[in-house]
Design a protein around this ligand. Structure first.
Ligand SMILES: C[S@@+](CC[C@H](N)C(=O)[O-])C[C@H]1O[C@@H](n2cnc3c(N)ncnc32)[C@H](O)[C@@H]1O
Length: 364
C-alpha cells in the first residue's frame, strides 16, 4: 500500500487533517489531560454527561450534544470538505473499487448512502455499478453537506437526496447500505446501524468505509513507531520554514471548531464556551488519539463490531491501513515509509483506519 499523497494533496493534508490531529500530545493543552483522565463516555454522577464536558455546562444529554455539535460543525465545514479530505478523495477510491468488486452480481441495486456528506460513497458506487443501480438515496442530516452532494452527483430519476430520515425510509427496501467515515460521528453507531436493518433486504450488503481503529493504539509497536515519527517531526518542524508559514496562516484563518464553539453558546447548547478541542472530541466522537482515549472506549474495532453485529451481519472483508496514524498521508522520508510498510506486513489488522464489507445474515 502506498501511503504518500501528491505534493498538492500534501499541502491540503497539512491543513485541517493535520492540524486537528496535532494536539494529541496534550502537553500544552490542560483540558486535554482532563479528557484523557476521564473516560470519554463516562457519565457524571447525575448522568448528564462526561466530566470533561461538565465545566462548560452542556444543556443537552450527551447523544443529542454529539448530534447537534456535528450538525453545526458540518454546516461550517461543508464547502471545504472535499478539499480538506485527501485521505478520502485521494486515498480511498482504489480500496472502494476493491470492495465493490466483492458484491454479487445484481441488476437492481437499491442503495442507501447513509451520512453521504458530499457524496463520496455514492460516487464510487455509481462509477462502478452504473446501469445496475435501480435506486440510490443519499441521506445526510446536514443540509449544507447535502447541497455539496447535489453539486457532485448527477440528479436523475434514480437519485434521491434527503435530510429527512422519514423520507429515506419511504424508499425501502435497500439491498446495499453504504457508510463512509460516518460511524465515528455517531453517539451510538451500533444502535444506529441496527435501526437501519428493518430497511434492508434479507440478503443486503453493507460497505462500511474508513473508520478509525482502536486496534492501532493497542499495538505497542505501532505506538512506538508513531512516537518515533512524532519526535522526528518535532525536530524537523524546527528547521522547516513551511511550518512557520503554516503557523502564521493559522493566525489569520478561523478554525471551524472555534466557530462551532461560539455558535454552541449562541444556540444555547452550552452555557459556557467550550474549547475547540472539546468540540473536536464531540464531532469525532469515536476517533481515538491516544492509549488513554482507547482505554476509555473511544475508537472502533472491527472484531468488536463483528461481535456486536453477530446476529445480523457476517464480516466478509476487512482492510486496515495508515500505519503512521494521523500522519499517514505525509510525504515522509524513505526510512519512515519503510517503517510503515514493515508495520503493515507485521500487523495487517492494526492500521489506524479500516474498511469493511458485510453481508446480512439470513436469519428470522
Ligand atoms: C466525515 S463526513 C463523511 C461524508 C461522506 N460519507 C464521505 O465519505 O465523504 C461525516 C458525515 O456524517 C454526517 N453525520 C453526522 N452525524 C450524523 C448522524 N447522526 N446521522 C447521519 N449522518 C451523520 C455528517 O453530516 C457528515 O456529512
Amino acid at each position: 500500500m502506498r501511503l504518500f499523497v501528491s505534493k498538492a494533496n500534501k499541502s491540503l493534508s497539512t491543513s485541517l487533517f493535520d492540524r486537528r490531529n496535532q494536539p494529541t500530545t496534550g502537553e500544552s493543552r490542560p483540558e486535554l489531560n482532563e479528557i484523557r483522565d476521564n473516560t470519554a463516555k463516562q457519565e457524571s454522577a447525575d448522568g448528564s454527561g462526561p466530566f470533561w464536558l461538565m465545566q462548560f455546562e452542556p444543556q443537552r444529554p450527551l447523544p443529542v450534544l454529539v448530534e447537534e455539535i456535528n450538525a453545526l460543525y458540518h454546516s461550517f465545514d461543508a464547502k471545504n470538505y472535499v478539499d480538506e479530505h485527501p485521505e478520502i478523495y485521494g486515498f480511498l477510491p482504489k480500496l472502494w473499487r476493491e470492495m465493490i468488486a466483492l458484491l454479487p452480481t445484481n441488476n437492481a441495486w437499491r442503495v442507501l448512502d447513509f451520512g453521504c456528506g458530499a457524496g463520496f460513497a455514492a460516487e464510487q458506487i455509481l462509477a462502478a455499478l452504473g446501469d445496475h443501480i435501480e435506486k440510490i438515496v443519499c441521506y445526510d442530516p446536514s443540509p449544507e453537506m447535502l447541497e455539496q452532494c447535489k453539486l457532485r452527483i448527477k440528479q436523475t430519476p434514480l437519485t434521491t437526496f434527503s435530510c429527512e430520515f422519514d423520507e429515506v425510509a419511504r424508499h425501502e427496501p435497500f439491498n446495499l447500505l453504504l457508510t463512509n467515515s460516518v460511524l465515528h460521528h455517531l453517539p451510538d453507531f451500533c444502535g444506529t446501524v441496527k435501526s437501519l436493518i428493518p430497511l434492508l433486504t434479507r440478503d443486503a450488503r453493507w460497505i462500511a468505509g474508513h473508520e478509525p481503529s482502536a486496534r492501532f493504539y493497542r499495538n505497542h509497536e505501532c505506538l512506538r513507531t508513531l512516537e518515533g515519527y512524532r519526535k522526528y517531526r518535532r525536530w524537523k518542524r524546527f528547521v522547516d520554514p513551511r511550518s512557520y508559514r503554516s503557523r502564521l496562516r493559522r493566525c489569520f484563518v478561523s478554525d471551524p471548531l472555534d466557530l462551532v464553539a461560539r455558535a454552541s453558546v449562541e444556540r444555547g447548547i452550552f452555557r459556557k464556551q467550550p474549547t475547540a478541542l472539546v468540540m473536536d472530541r464531540l464531532v469525532d466522537f469515536n476517533v481515538p488519539h491516544s492509549v488513554q482515549e482507547v482505554a476509555s472506549g473511544r475508537g472502533l474495532d472491527f472484531k468488536q463490531m463483528r461481535d456486536d453485529f453477530d446476529e445480523d451481519f457476517e464480516l466478509q472483508f476487512v482492510r486496515t491501513y495508515f500505519f503512521l496514524g494521523p500522519y499517514s498521508l505525509h510525504r515522509f522520508p524513505s526510512r519512515w515509509a519503510a517503517r510503515a510498510i514493515d508495520m503493515e506486513k507485521k500487523f495487517p489488522q492494526d492500521g489506524a483506519n479500516f474498511c469493511t464489507v458485510w453481508k446480512r445474515k439470513l436469519t428470522g
